[in-house]
Design a protein around this ligand. Structure first.
Ligand code: HEC
Length: 249
């Protein structure tokens, strides 16, 4: 009996230490994107990004920014997985004392819109967020090599991210944070979002009881917010670009 109790205590300690180890061990590895090539991910395959406004080992993305781009945090240090150079891995201290994993001096971040391994929606956002190459540089494929599809994907992701912020600021008060409706009609699964010229006119000139809410927004901002609503809330009508807005408004 005594021996058995000792054994289960030993087992409990052993399992406990395994759990602890898991918490401490944050892995960084590489994945392969069909158009972009090899890029850094965490141990689960989630994409990691660098922020070109950061300087060496100095994260500058906090508050609102860090909600969109959560830092990759670690207790001590990260473990180099497949394709990753261990000597390029490091940590930087954040304002709150937590440790953020760095690679070649770049603090590493996630993008909230990436849901699963292989998602790279943060690539190129704002022209300042980029996937990280195994050498620790921003992954910026020269545009002439990039297939047209990938360029459109990147632009769509970029407009959508910018549009989400604008939607929250300009539209959510009447149409609901999830587009579920309020003072204005629901935008969920709304077939009226198909018609780009209707949309541009509605938001820049007004529509019935809706004031011209986007009258003071730039063409880029109108394109972004319309891209966001057309590709969110169950709608999938694709992007609206700046030139189209300029033509229609
Ligand atoms: C002050 C409240 C308010 C704000 C802010 C607002 N809307 Fe509206 N919106 C309305 C109302 C009210 C209607 C219904 C207009 C009508 O038909 O009389 C409407 C209608 C629409 C429609 C047509 C939907 C349909 O089914 O008929 C679209 C699309 C739309 N809004 C998009 C937007 C977008 C995008 C924004 C932000 C850029 C926005 N709205 C901001 C109040 C608002």
């Amino acid at each position: 009996m005594k021996a058995k109790a000792k054994l289960s205590l030993a087992l409990a300690l052993f399992l406990g230490s395994l759990v602890l180890m898991q918490e401490v061990q944050v892995g960084v590895q590489t994945s392969e994107h069909p158009a972009l090539g090899a890029y850094l991910t965490d141990g689960q395959g989630r994409s990691l990004y660098l922020y070109t406004q950061d300087s060496q080992n100095t994260p500058t993305c906090y508050d609102q920014c860090a909600q969109t781009w959560p830092p990759l945090l670690v207790k001590e240090k990260a473990v180099a997985g497949k394709g990753v150079a261990p000597n390029l891995l490091g940590v930087a201290k954040r304002r709150d004392g937590s440790l953020q994993v760095t690679y070649n001096g770049w603090p590493l971040y996630y993008f909230v819109r990436d849901q699963k391994p292989g998602d790279v929606l943060g690539q190129g956002v704002g022209g300042v967020w980029f996937l990280v190459s195994p050498k620790g540089e921003a992954l910026k494929p020269s545009t002439d090599q990039q297939p047209a599809g990938a360029q459109t994907d990147a632009l769509l992701a970029q407009l959508k991210a910018e549009g989400e912020t604008l939607f929250t600021r300009v539209c959510a008060s009447c149409h609901g944070a999830q587009g579920q409706g309020g003072v204005g009609p629901t935008l969920q699964n709304n077939t009226r979002l198909q018609d780009v010229s209707f949309l541009v006119e509605a938001v820049t000139k007004g529509l019935g009881y809706m004031p011209p809410v986007a009258a003071n927004l730039t063409n880029r901002e109108v394109a972004a917010v319309l891209t966001f609503v057309r590709t969110s809330f169950g709608n999938s009508y694709g992007l609206v670009d700046e030139e189209e807005v300029a033509r229609l408004r």
